[in-house]
Design a binder for this molecule. Structure first.
Ligand code: CA
Length: 666
């Protein structure tokens, strides 16, 4: 998410008010004309360039043409003509390739400031002016044969969330293009100790998807000052349909960031890894002076009854997905990233600010392209949005959004402790009262006879219709990373104890029937030195220290082993709720500090029969009654070996070492 911590919305909300002064000839935002034709703002050809802008409340609109992406005055000004449904149009003869442009909108006899428009596909430095380029020339060699790596369904996913700069800025990474898109194109990189880094690390770990933190053009990093270190997570959108300039090797040249982004996607695809983009349509960096506000003031944002900007994002504004042209903007922006950049999935920041209908339209539009394109999001907002609760994409409404997943804070909090108080621990550090939340997450959040729910609105409402609608995780970029959280909640623990609990947590996440999600670096015990909200922290906090891979090789190998096991055995990733109810059976345990389950039979033709997983967070060994038989041990006492195994046992009891997981099968 972003700068403010999130809450889960439970309150009943009121419908949006409107400020009448912004409406010009229209009585409300709902009456604004809706443009139905192809929505483009700049169509280039060598003989002429067509400009269009949807600005229904404008008195006049003009296009300014520039030689450069910043500085200097316009060399030409083109008045635009009003066309149908709020659209304005102009045509400029001649070859404008390489030039830049902005739009100016006049309302109430005042010219609003320069804007590159809403749909700029290429921009100059800092995204202040749009660029006229021929997009075909930005395709890297081999792009026309680039393909999504094969994937049968969402249950096969293992997500790895990363920030470009965190991932490669450390010089120890051995990566040349540190902090850039191109870092993910470099093969054969390693630390001085010989451990693989970069894309080779991802391949070695075995994840199926990288989820990149905001990589569209955002506002906070000054692209003209890349000579000095700057950092931001990027939850402050400026141009939604253009890659961020600071991750390119030259933010001044509009084609460079586009080409390098494509090179990154292509390299990941060639490594068998799909790419999920973190998208932040719920708010803009600022409302005043934003592209939305300089084009159609008021329309793209929600307001409170007194006409002020509403602020469900906690960042000063919230967008209005329920309005026809905002909804269209979101649907088409997502499709654009898929079609132009071959993106394979989206993570919606503060998804509950958007309305359900918009999210379902996005799902439908992506299904037409490829139904394996993933959608997940945060099923909450920072504050209550200006729409009734039953209309917004809350986690509790996820059953009305088939094919869309939401993060399970229940599972996360049951593992590591609740958000908002970093001193509180939970299951992993041996606190009681969290086994129910563990079972909830392990069952993928679907209704299950052994996961009783408190009440319809209770903390453990089974909100997922299918297990693939639940994102199973214990940490992400928000809040303390898991090592730091464990250290904060168990200050006297030794590094070995922390590592043991990391493995236990990884086992829970990677054997959950939900979609597992790992925060980059957790697999090598990354630390952010106690800083949770590190959205603008320096590299000294955020950079992944790749030397950790040697120090914590054991945790890395264990995590890698879990991922390989999940991928090899369909019992760990049952696609349907029905299958989860049929095959997943929780076993009685001696205490609330132990959770155990069996996957009955061999669903999906699994080569393993009757797999049993035990998570023991107790400081004492746990003894579990199991159906009598002979079992192969594949995980025990912090070690995992699914190929050769770790021995066998015969009988009707399992003894699981303290603070560790055990996995056996017949
Ligand atoms: Ca930028």
């Amino acid at each position: 998410m972003m700068r403010l911590r999130h809450v889960i919305l439970m309150s009943v909300l009121t419908a949006a008010g409107c400020s009448p002064s912004q409406h010009g000839p229209y009585s409300s935002y709902g009456n604004y004309p809706v443009y139905k034709g192809e929505w483009e703002e700049m169509v280039y050809s060598p003989s002429s360039t067509q400009f269009s802008l949807w600005a229904p409340t404008a008195q006049e609109v003009r296009v300014m043409l520039y030689e450069e992406g910043q500085g200097g005055s316009a060399f030409r000004m083109l008045p635009m003509e009003e066309a149908e449904n709020g659209m304005w149009k102009a045509e400029a003869g001649g070859d404008l390739n390489g030039k830049f442009y902005t739009f100016n909108v006049k309302i109430n006899d005042t010219w609003l400031g320069d804007t590159p428009g809403l749909l700029a596909k290429a921009v100059g430095v800092n995204g202040d002016r749009a660029a006229i380029i021929d997009l075909d020339t930005t395709d890297p060699q081999g792009w026309d044969t680039d393909k999504r790596p094969p994937m049968k369904g969402f249950s096969d996913m293992v997500i790895y969330e990363m920030h470009h700069r965190d991932f490669s800025i450390d010089t120890v990474s051995g990566i040349r293009h540190r902090g850039k898109f191109l870092a993910l194109t470099e093969q054969g990189t390693a630390t001085y100790l010989g451990d693989k880094t970069g894309i080779d690390h991802l391949k070695e770990l075995g994840i199926t998807h990288v989820q990149i933190l905001p990589s569209f053009d955002y506002a906070t990093v000054d692209e003209t000052r890349l000579d000095r270190p700057q950092y931001n997570w990027g939850y402050d959108p400026k141009n939604y349909n253009v890659p961020e300039g600071s991750y390119s090797t030259d933010p001044y040249k509009p084609d460079v960031r586009i080409r390098e982004f494509k090179q990154m996607v292509m390299a990941l695809h060639q490594a068998g890894i799909r790419v999920i983009m973190d998208v932040v349509y719920n708010h803009t960096a600022t409302a005043r002076g934003s592209n939305f506000e300089r084009t159609v003031p008021g329309y793209f944002y929600r307001h409170t009854d007194d006409g002020k900007l509403a602020d469900a994002s906690g960042c000063g504004n919230e967008t209005a997905s329920e309005r026809a042209m905002m909804r269209r903007f979101m649907v088409e922006s997502v499709c654009y990233w898929v079609n132009e950049y071959h993106i394979d999935g989206f993570r919606f920041d503060l998804m509950a600010i958007h309305d359900i209908e918009t999210m379902n339209e996005i799902r439908a539009a992506l299904d037409k392209i490829d139904p394996t394109i993933y959608i997940g999001g945060e099923g909450w907002a920072a504050k209550a949005p200006q729409l009734p609760e039953d209309q917004i994409a809350l986690k509790k409404n996820i059953s009305r959004m088939p094919g869309i997943a939401a993060f399970s804070d229940e599972f996360r909090d049951s593992l590591r402790g609740a958000w908002g108080d970093d001193s509180k621990g939970a299951f992993l550090i041996g606190k009681r009262g969290f086994s129910k939340g563990l079972r909830f997450g392990l069952a993928g959040g679907v209704s299950h006879p052994q996961v009783p729910t408190d009440s319809v609105d209770g903390p453990l409402r089974n909100w997922a219709d299918e297990p693939t609608q639940l994102i199973s995780y214990m940490s992400c970029h928000d809040d303390l990373c898991i090592t730091d959280r464990l250290r904060a909640t168990m200050p006297n623990a030794s590094p070995l104890e922390i590592a043991a609990l990391m493995k236990l947590g990884m086992t829970a996440v990677l054997t959950s029937q939900g979609v597992p999600f790992i925060y980059a670096g957790d697999e090598i015990m990354r630390s952010k030195y106690g800083v949770g909200n590190s959205y603008a922290s320096p590299d000294s906090i955020n950079a992944i220290d790749w030397r950790n891979k040697a120090t914590h090789r054991d945790l890395f190998d264990y995590t890698k082993g879990l991922i390989a096991m999940r991928k090899a055995h369909p019992g760990f990733r049952l696609e349907k709720a029905e299958l989860v109810r049929k095959h997943l059976e929780f076993l009685p345990t001696p205490s609330d500090n132990v959770v155990a389950y069996r996957i009955n039979g061999n669903p999906g033709g699994d080569s393993w029969l009757n797999t049993i997983v035990v998570l023991n967070a107790d400081t004492a060994p746990a003894q579990i009654d199991i159906p009598e038989g002979k079992y192969w041990i594949v995980c025990s006492e912090g070690r995992i070996d699914t190929v050769m195994g770790l021995g066998t046992l015969t009988g009707d009891k399992l003894t699981v070492a303290p603070r560790s997981a055990m996995i056996v099968h017949q």
